[in-house]
Design a protein. Structure first.
Length: 547
């Protein structure tokens, strides 16, 4: 049992020193170092008491014990309040000094040591022993009350955890101390179990140490490694000095040399690992902050684009309306030469309206505010209107625009007419822009599958075509094909990205095919024709609700 006490004495001293030099040399850690040194001295005295039993050493043990209790109270006070209360300064500490003097220089607390037992000793107690025990109990009670009050009042999560660990350590120590040093001596008149006080105090100190370094997780690993290595060194060193057999001294010396060598390697390895982890953690935190800032800027950008697009949309729509009225002769007859200029203005204005619409939809998608108004839609009517709208454009570019109509009426699909029409407009507009000469063909048909009917739309052109690499990334945001960027330098690469998002939200799919650069491209859009099914489900639901 003597070596157990010595071991804990060394561990406590090392813990105090390592925390002071590793975690930080502030006042809180300085008080903890003093607390650890006092506890270590108290335990070393208890160890020496078992080696050379004398009444003087036992009296000194009780005297130092009073000081340790008060220093612990000082540390907890500073840990909780960042200062030392008047109670500790003017009452608790003076009483502990008085008890130290009384215990070490008189027989009022301990009269004499009778014998050393396995877990304690037998001794005759003095007239003030119960008063001494009462003081220790009062200090422990004060510690518990302070910690519980601050634990309940604390709002910071990390700080609350630290107080909780100190409270657990205090609670374990107080239970052990009250039983073995107060209740058992008073009720059974024996000090045979007081050695357990050393273990209880070590747990208390260990929990305090953990609380100090709780927010520095990497330091825990370093300090734990150093504690283990240093403890082995000291343990083997003590064995060498205490052994009387030369053979044992040689074996322990060899072991000590090996442990020192591998211990240094282990500490260096752990320190290197911890430094790397700290650097990674710092980089991760910097990245998190930068990412948060980028998200904030991206949100501001989306809001600005949305606001600007809204402001632009109204005047562009007014311009479109007035140009149409002028072309129709609402303000009088228009000369042929002016009509040609108006047609060019109309086409450019229409392009700008589509671009503003793309920006609006992009900002809505990024902010999660994209809303759809699905309704049963006849796709033929939509494609026909798009076909007619682009007739002026293809005439300007001297292209041929064909529309292969379905043989009969198609099943209706659940579409948001405005947004889906914008998808078709984008696809046809792209086909015309990237076809310097030749033709553009629109095709609409109905597919029948095992799961139902689909509407399949395609737009084919004889334009610049696409490579395999272009096809792989054509639907990504701000992505443009290599050949297309040479023909049309004004594109932003948003139209196809938005088209894919809108088609996907309709439960459909969109893809592109091409035989290669210079061989044209075909874009396909497939959406389920579920209007009748949705309508039936709606009618059944309304019928059930009425019942």
């Amino acid at each position: 049992m003597s070596y157990v006490i010595l071991f804990f004495s060394v561990i406590n001293l090392l813990l105090g020193v390592l925390i002071f030099f590793r975690v930080g040399r502030d006042r809180k850690n300085l008080f903890f170092l003093l607390f650890a040194v006092a506890t270590s001295l108290w335990m070393f005295n208890n160890f020496y008491l078992r080696v050379e039993p004398t009444t003087t050493l036992l009296r000194l043990s009780y005297g130092i014990g009073a000081l340790v209790a008060s220093i612990g109270l000082v540390w907890v006070n500073y840990f909780l309040k960042k200062n030392i209360s008047n109670f500790v300064t003017y009452i608790a500490f003076p009483i502990s000094l008085l008890l130290f003097w009384i215990s070490s220089s008189s027989d009022l607390i301990i009269v004499s040591l009778k014998s050393i037992e396995t877990f304690g000793y037998e001794a005759e107690t003095g007239q003030l022993f119960q008063l001494y025990s009462l003081y220790i109990g009062a200090v422990v009670l004060a510690l518990l009350i302070m910690l519980i009050k601050n634990l309940v009042a604390e709002t910071d999560k990390l700080r609350k955890q630290q107080i909780f660990y100190v409270l657990i350590g205090t609670f374990i120590f107080s239970i052990v101390s009250i039983i073995v040093s107060f209740l058992v001596p008073v009720l059974l008149n024996t000090l045979s179990f007081t050695t357990f006080d050393n273990i209880g105090f070590s747990i208390f100190l260990g929990m305090i140490g953990y609380a100090i370094i709780r927010h520095q997780l990497f330091d825990i690993k370093v300090i734990a490694t150093e504690l283990l290595v240093f403890s082995l060194w000291i343990f083997l060193l003590i064995r060498i000095f205490l052994s009387d057999v030369l053979r044992d001294q040689i074996i322990d010396g060899g072991l000590l040399a090996l442990v020192i060598f591998f211990g240094i390697l282990l500490i260096r390895s752990v320190l290197k690992e911890v430094r790397l982890r700290e650097e990674i953690a710092k980089l991760a935190e910097d990245l998190r902050v930068a990412n948060a800032e980028l998200k904030k800027l991206d949100q501001m950008k989306s809001e600005f684009v949305s606001l600007a697009s809204h402001q632009l949309r109204t005047p562009l729509t007014v311009i479109k309306g007035y140009i149409s009225m002028i072309q129709e002769g609402s303000f009088g007859k228009v000369a042929d030469q002016l009509n040609d200029a108006l047609r060019k203005i109309y086409i450019s204005n229409e392009t700008l309206i589509n671009l503003v619409g793309d920006f609006l939809n992009l900002s809505r998608i990024e902010s999660g505010k994209m809303k759809y108004m699905f309704e049963p839609t006849q796709a033929e009517e939509m494609i026909q209107s798009v076909y007619e709208e682009f007739m002026e454009v293809v005439k300007e570019k001297k292209l041929e625009l064909r529309y292969e109509k379905p043989a009969g009426p198609l099943a209706k699909a659940m579409l948001d007419k405005d947004k889906f029409r914008q998808v078709i407009m984008n696809l046809v507009d792209n086909a015309i822009k990237y076809t310097p000469e030749g033709s553009v063909t629109l095709k609409l048909e109905e597919e029948k599958t095992e799961t139902g009917k689909n509407i399949l739309f395609s737009v084919s052109d004889s334009g610049v075509g696409m490579s395999t690499e272009d096809l792989a990334g054509i639907f990504k945001r701000f992505s443009r094909g290599e050949g297309g960027s040479k023909v049309n330098t004004n594109g932003l690469g948003l139209g196809l990205y938005l088209a894919k998002r809108i088609v996907t939200d309709h439960g459909g799919e969109i893809w592109a095919t091409s035989d290669g650069p210079g061989k044209g491209s075909t874009f396909w859009v497939r959406v389920p024709a579920r209007a009748e099914q949705v309508q039936k489900e709606k009618e059944v639901k309304e019928f059930v609700e009425k019942i």
